[in-house]
Design a protein. Structure first.
Length: 366
């Protein structure tokens, strides 16, 4: 039998504002250009503005694409947490451990129709949540069997634009250590999305302590000397140029996702590359993450409220902790447009493949 957490009318969540805890990075890891794990920050990129007029289609035939049909579970995140625990000699205090992407889906639920499926398991007083990979694959297969878009653009090319924009907007070393030649020849650099830098933060919702891992695109200046200080991360996005009233409405809806994603890791700045319909970079604009909800509310087009997203998530996580009180693997599911999130058990014992043996072997020693 499935338990249901209702996604009530958003007004249900506006009475109080949840005290917001600032996410603090306590660990990180990188994937190198072959997607090999590295317990360091070697894949951080520095932001350096791109030149408008660039064609985001350039180099598509040389795209080094990461094969994401392989289920990576929480492996790299757990490995990083274990390393951190080995250094400090104690277990982290989070009650929820997951990828940033999972909480992005939860936080957006009061205002979107997106379907999702996740697996969760309780291990040593902490709930570990991963994406249900089989569900994602099924969805993807369905999407690729759809008829082509009306404008003839291939979704794969449009996805490439996002990565190409990242390559055009970043450099692998700080400004002062990068040659003009490199900066000017970025258009010839192959685009490779196997390489990533991931930040691991401690944050909170209501009285739930959450540990999140997520990719960050670039840094503005440099990491502060003192651990836990805010970091000037930059999130990079591409979006269609805003021409009509309707474009502004769609963009304001998209801003909810951008805001949630950046809020969760404490990314203060989002840089959007606006492109023409066929992928020419037209304009680059900077957004302060914390100002986005006010700007969107001021325009009054798309109706979403950041405080509602936060409050909803706080209540949902509290409910999850109350109900996942036993061994086994649980499914967290929301159907398309459904007005509730369901929770039911799919395995009676064990932790599925969510918590790795390495992690459990380490924790036994602790
Ligand atoms: P854009 O967001 O500029 O389109 P992120 O924005 O999270 O850093 O992701 C970088 C790029 O990965 C995106 O660039 C997009 O091309 C691709 N991407 C991320 N999430 C996606 C999703 N759910 N579906 C399709 N493409 C995605
Ligand atoms: Mg990214
Ligand atoms: Mg990005």
């Amino acid at each position: 039998m499935a338990l249901k957490f209702p996604i009530y009318a958003p007004s249900r969540y506006t009475d109080t504002n949840e005290p917001v805890k600032r996410p603090r990075e306590f660990a990180c890891f990188s994937y190198d250009h072959d997607h090999k794990f590295r317990q360091d920050d070697s894949s951080v990129k520095w932001y350096y503005p791109p030149s408008p007029g660039a064609d985001l289609c350039t180099g598509y035939d040389r795209f080094i694409r990461h094969d994401d049909s392989i289920d990576e579970h929480l492996d790299s995140l757990l490995r990083t947490i274990a390393t951190h625990e080995q250094q400090t000699g104690e277990a982290i205090d989070a009650q929820i451990v997951t990828w940033r992407g999972m909480l992005t889906k939860i936080m957006g639920a009061p205002f979107d129709n997106e379907e999702f499926e996740m697996n969760a398991t309780l291990y040593r007083n902490c709930i570990f949540i991963e994406e249900h990979h089989g569900f994602k694959e099924k969805k993807r297969a369905l999407e690729s069997s759809r008829p082509p878009r009306r404008d003839g653009m291939s979704p794969k090319m449009m996805q490439y634009w996002g990565y190409k924009f990242e390559t055009l907007s970043t450099i692998p070393r700080p400004w002062g250590e990068t040659s003009r030649d490199y900066i000017e020849s970025r258009d010839e650099e192959p685009v490779n999305n196997k390489e990533q830098y991931c930040s691991v933060v401690r944050t909170g919702f209501g009285n739930t302590v959450v540990c999140l891992g997520g990719e960050v695109d670039a840094i503005w200046d440099s990491k502060p000397e003192t651990p836990g200080e805010p970091i000037n991360w930059v999130e990079l996005k591409t979006s269609a140029e805003i021409v009509t009233y309707n474009d502004q409405f769609s963009f304001d809806r998209k801003l909810m996702k951008y805001w949630i994603q950046s809020f969760l890791l404490g990314v203060p700045k989002i840089i959007v590359g606006f492109r023409t319909r066929d992928g020419i970079l037209a304009k680059v604009e900077e957004f302060q993450t914390r100002s986005i909800p006010y700007a969107v509310q001021g325009r009054g087009l798309a109706k979403w409220d950041g405080n509602v997203c936060i409050r909803f998530t706080a209540l949902f996580l509290e409910w999850l902790r109350l109900n996942i009180a036993d061994d086994g693997v649980w499914r967290i599911r929301r159907g398309r447009g459904s007005d509730s999130i369901e929770l039911f058990r799919v395995e009676e014992a064990g932790h599925g493949e969510i918590v790795t043996d390495d992690f459990m072997n380490w924790r036994i020693k602790l």
